[in-house]
Design a protein around this ligand. Structure first.
Ligand code: SAH
Length: 273
């Protein structure tokens, strides 16, 4: 991400045993990484999930040392991709190529994303919140813009959810390159991808604009984001922290908050007229 370091909730555990590693499958882990000397680092979707697991493991494995850590984004992304697992958000499963679900249940949508240094494997709270918010809106037959598409995950999701047209853009050319590769891994999705900066973008208006950016960018670019929305359209905003909520909603007034979801300190707001 750009302005602000993101961190990932993790537990450092050592020494581990096969029993302890097996016990981890009961919890909502997103990645497991082996370190030196039989120490493991286990990533969780949320700090609450991490704390729940730590409390249970402390009771069942009193001999193990369990330390809660918040791992900076880059460090994590560079070193633990091979351990990434599929995650679920509503009826969408975002899976790395090596952890595609063997069989999908009815109504389930599987999106394959090759983890890369870019943001958007689906393992960050804000990506999952946006995926869930999009499923609460009916995007079938609608035009969708994904501002700051990263890996392309939200754009691909919009297309698989039935959007008529989807445009994803990002000011990072490497992100657009990976988004293109991810599009190839999801042959059912149709997305137009482009390198572009939100601060200068000119696109035809869409019925839904998804923007998982930062609070600061959402506030400064609110007028431009609003111009991208067609009459009676929707905005799904994330990447803002709870303490930025009032400033963000004020920047988008008179649009109203129709729904709001939160994970840890991260928020996702759905705004409409
Ligand atoms: N949509 C993805 C990625 C979100 S990360 C997801 O939800 O997981 C935010 C993305 O916005 C990054 O890929 C970053 O390169 C891009 N971004 C940041 N500032 C931007 C700007 N001014 N214009 C366009 N894209 C921007």
């Amino acid at each position: 991400m750009n302005d602000r370091a993101r961190t990932w909730p993790a537990l450092e555990i050592g020494p581990t045993s096969d029993l302890l590693l097996a016990a981890l499958t009961d919890f909502d882990t997103t990645a497991i990484e082996e370190q030196q000397d039989d120490r493991w680092r286990v990533f969780f979707a949320t700090a609450q999930a991490r704390d729940r697991a730590a409390a249970a493991l402390r009771t069942d494995f009193p001999e193990a040392t369990l330390t809660s850590v918040d791992v900076p984004d880059e460090n994590w992304a560079a070193r633990s991709q091979a351990g990434l697992r599929a995650i679920r958000a509503g009826r969408i499963v975002v899976a790395p190529p090596w952890d595609r679900p063997a069989a999908s249940s009815p109504g389930e949508l599987v999106i394959v994303i090759q983890p890369s240094m870019g943001f958007g494997t689906g393992h960050h709270a804000t990506t999952r919140l946006c995926l869930e918010a999009m499923q609460h809106l009916d995007v079938r037959g609608r035009r969708v813009i994904d501002a700051g598409t990263g890996s392309g995950v939200l754009a691909i999701a919009a297309s698989l959810l039935g959007a008529a047209t989807v445009v994803g853009f990002d000011d990072d050319a490497d992100a657009i390159q990976s988004a293109g590769e991810n599009l190839d891994l999801n042959p059912g999705a149709r997305v137009a991808l482009d390198v572009g900066d939100l601060r200068g973008v000119a696109l035809p208006a869409a019925d839904l604009v998804v923007a998982n950016l930062t609070g600061g960018l959402l506030i400064s670019e609110a007028p431009r984001l609003q111009r991208l929305v067609a009459p009676r359209g929707w905005l799904v905003l994330s990447g803002l922290l709870e303490h930025e909520e009032h400033e963000v909603t004020a920047a988008f007034a008179p649009r109203r908050v129709h729904s709001r979801s939160r994970e840890d300190d991260w928020l996702c707001l759905t705004l409409g007229e």
